[in-house]
Design a protein around this ligand. Sequence first.
Ligand SMILES: Nc1ncnc2c1ncn2[C@@H]1O[C@H](COP(=O)(O)OP(=O)(O)OP(=O)(O)O)[C@@H](O)[C@H]1O
Ligand SMILES: [Mg+2]
Length: 221
Amino acid sequence: MMIRVNHISKSFGDYKAVDSISFDVNSGDYVAIIGPSGSGKTTLLSLLTGLISPTDGEILYDDRKLSSMSRSQLAGLRAWDLGMIFQFSELVPSLTVEENILLPALFTKKFSNTEYQSKCDFLIDRLAMHDIRHTLPRQLSGGQLQKTAIARSLINDPLLLVADEPSGDLDPDNSNLVQMLLMEYNRMGLTILLVTHDMNLAFDAKTIYEMKAGSFSQVIK
Ligand SMILES: Nc1ncnc2c1ncn2[C@@H]1O[C@H](COP(=O)(O)OP(=O)(O)OP(=O)(O)O)[C@@H](O)[C@H]1O
Ligand SMILES: [Mg+2]
């Protein structure tokens, strides 16, 4: 899957949160976006995943325009091909960690139940979450919630992972686990686009962009 972002802008009233950004993401790429608070990073990810519509410009998934997809096509894209990690992870409060991780399986049935269970076990293992697999979200720390959201975003083996500060609430050890897991998935072909303040995660990326006041520039490593 290839994504083409073509002069995309988003204004809130007179305020241009995203200002004519263009870039491509090719299959297997690892792209990191850094930049100060308020520079438009989350807004850009919301545009890319079709959660909000641009004021100007176009986003293409392969040759399909995001803006011309129907609601069900968009839902299908999100369920089958995209993994998303939001800045403030939302888990279902009545479900345990393991049940939250397996939740996307209910909607897609991309794999058999046995396959889902073994993927879930793998993710729980890699993220060192054995002790919390039967715990409810309200009993979890911010970092544990975040690791659950990360595992949930990968359970369906997406083509593209879009992540908004996936290690923002993690201590260095846990951040390392996430970093190694993402690299492992990237080596297996997962395309990654993430926003991060974590320089370890950013430096793994093949391409780094810095966002400043809605504009983009590539950082030379
Ligand atoms: N729905 C909205 N309505 C009005 N203004 C908004 C809306 N969403 C975002 N903004 C504004 O757009 C700007 C960019 O916000 P955004 O959340 O994209 O920043 P960010 O780079 O993700 O920041 P952070 O690093 O703090 O998460 C901010 O000034 C914000 O107030
Ligand atoms: Mg943000």
